[in-house]
Design a protein around this ligand. Structure first.
Ligand code: PEP
Ligand code: MG
Length: 561
């Protein structure tokens, strides 16, 4: 199924005369929602920055209520008998053209406002289509330009056999969710996904990144054989589930899993993970409907902690923003969302939301071995503020007489280069570090992790990344705290050897990757891993390191089972 989600691609189709009223109603509803958005933005701008900053939004409200706009849209609808998205789009084009043709720079600038309000209306008109992913009722290979993490959460996943996308990279949240849901996915095709048509047969090989459209019978047969082999391999690897992650010379590390939704605990246990190293709690907030209350979060965290028995569960506080947009939180579009109002920055500015999450985690902590982790910490002041909020949440639980684990361990993600550089300053303040390489690489190399055009630059073995990782491990150990990694780098068997050699204590990854990494750890000695890591530290590029590891580990470590 092709999901036409590219913003500038506006659907155009004819409608029957009998559908005119329904089409007009759709427009009225969309305008109403656009007005609600603008009203909320205006209120916040006034609250946070002063009365004068509300003016721009007031002018947008005037435009949305303009009788001329409503009249000309209705007229075009009735005369053209075309769908509303197309009519709104055409209207915007015509106005923009007219304004651009004028000599007056002030009026020319109004084109931005026209774009803004029509885009808002279009978003609401088209939202229904994206949301229909929840209604999928037969098996599909989902082909799209870009599926958002919220689409992944909303869709009826049981019907999605595979995903093919033009946008995205291996560490984008859409890719991470596809792995969590065990849906084969190939992302970052950069345009070729669009060529696939509805109804065509598609083979998607998530391991190699191959996508075959309308394969011949021999190819189909070959892939059936590959599928059978993969199933056999999974069967063999499942024998490792109950074994420790112990090197040949007896060093133990921990291999845990990352989860996005509570239902994943079954898969975590089946794959032999020794705990949950990262529960991305924000995905509870991406479910359709309202942001979850303290009580429903308490229930969700409790479910996960109980399901894991005495195994540790690290719950990361809300990491919204960036590519994880939560409609209910009304984080308006930003120019640089990845550098913007994200994660801990957002939480520290929405005290009520943060406090309710912290209380929910604290209260659930009595059900097992829970830990709290803050995302995107960039410096000590931010960390102190987060820790102060935690103390406040504890005080409130005490006041209410609600039990919690007083000594609940508290850690931070190290995923911003500034935090990595001052890991020695941050370490004494917390109980553990967890390195988030997806973001650490993104911010160190300045490469948007979701942008397929620069995906080739997302290099885990870039010497800058390797050195930062080493520094974080060394600084953590010097302060006597364990260091984990929950970025995708930890799930690569070659990287696992290097990380083991650098002294990493815990590895956390998608549940499906756990058996492979466990097998890798069990197939090498710690002393040898240290020697490998020391060699890697001398190399000067990602490519050199890849070549070195391929040669050095060829006889023992395999990346594809
Ligand atoms: C990371 O950045 O490496 C990480 C684990 O967090 P997320 O992928 O959710 O940003
Ligand atoms: Mg991150």
């Amino acid at each position: 199924m092709f999901l036409d989600d590219e913003e500038p691609t506006i659907p155009r189709y004819a409608i029957a005369e009998s559908e005119l009223d329904a089409e007009w109603d759709r427009f009225v509803v969309a305008v109403g929602k656009a007005k609600d958005d603008v009203g909320a933005l205006r209120d916040r701008a006034v609250r946070e920055m002063g009365q004068e900053h509300g003016a721009i939004f007031d002018s947008h409200l005037v435009m949305l209520e303009d009788p001329d706009l409503l009249e000309s849209i209705e007229e075009s609808l009735r005369s053209s008998l075309l769908n509303m998205e197309w009519i709104v789009h055409q209207y915007a084009q015509a106005i923009v053209k007219r304004l651009e043709g004028l000599d007056d720079p002030v009026l020319q600038e109004r084109t931005v406002d026209v774009h803004d309000i029509t885009r808002r209306i279009l978003n609401h008109l088209m939202f229904r289509e994206r949301f229909s992913l929840a209604d999928l009722s037969s098996d599909v290979v989902l082909v799209a330009r870009n599926l958002l993490p919220s689409d992944m959460i909303a869709m009826n996943r049981s019907m999605v056999r595979a995903i093919v996308m033009d946008a995205g990279g291996k560490t984008s949240h859409t890719a991470i969710l596809a792995r969590a849901f065990e849906i084969p996915a190939v992302l970052g095709l950069g345009g070729s996904a669009r060529a696939i048509k509805n109804g065509e047969v598609v083979i998607v090989d998530g391991n190699t990144g191959d996508v075959r459209v309308q394969p011949d019978p021999q190819t189909l047969e070959r892939y059936e054989r590959i599928r059978a082999r993969m199933a056999e391999r999974d069967e063999t690897l499942s024998g490792l589930a109950s074994l420790p992650a112990r090197t040949l010379d007896g060093k133990d590390v921990l291999i845990k899993a990352n989860i996005e939704v509570p239902e994943e605990t079954g898969s975590v246990l089946r794959h032999g993970a020794q705990g949950i190293g990262l529960f991305r709690s924000e995905f509870l907030f991406l479910q359709p409907g309202r942001a979850p209350s303290e009580e429903s979060q308490f229930a969700a965290y409790g479910r996960v902690i109980e399901a894991m028995g005495d195994r540790p569960v690290t719950i990361r506080t809300l990491d919204v923003g960036g590519d994880k947009v939560v409609p209910d939180l009304a984080i308006e579009e930003e120019k640089n969302p990845l550098l913007g109002w994200r994660a801990i920055r957002y939480c520290l500015s929405d005290k009520e939301l943060f406090q309710s999450q912290l209380r929910a985690i604290l209260r659930a902590s009595v059900s097992g071995d829970a830990r709290i982790m803050f995302p995107m910490i960039s410096g000590p002041v931010e960390l102190d503020s987060a820790l102060a909020q935690l103390e406040e949440a504890k005080a409130e639980c005490r006041r209410r007489g609600q039990g919690f684990r007083e000594d609940i361990p508290v850690g931070i993600m190290i995923e911003v280069p500034s935090a990595a550089m001052i890991a020695d300053i941050l370490a004494p303040k917390v109980d553990f570090f967890s390195i988030g390489t997806n973001d650490l690489i993104q911010y160190t190399i300045a490469v948007d992790r979701g942008n397929e055009r620069v995906a080739y630059l997302h290099e885990p073995f870039h010497p800058a990344v390797v050195r930062l990782v080493k520094k974080v491990i060394d600084d953590g150990h010097a302060a006597g705290i364990p260091v984990s990694m929950c970025g995708e780098m930890a799930s690569d068997p070659f990287a696992a050897v290097v990380l083991l050699g650098l002294g990493l204590d815990e590895f956390s990854m998608s549940a499906v990757s756990v058996p492979d990494v466990k097998r890798t750890i069990r197939s090498i000695g710690f002393a040898e891993a240290e020697a490998v890591a020391n060699e890697v530290l001398k190399l000067s590029s990602h490519r050199e390191t890849e070549e070195f590891l391929a040669k050095r580990l060829a006889d023992r470590v395999s990346r594809d089972g």
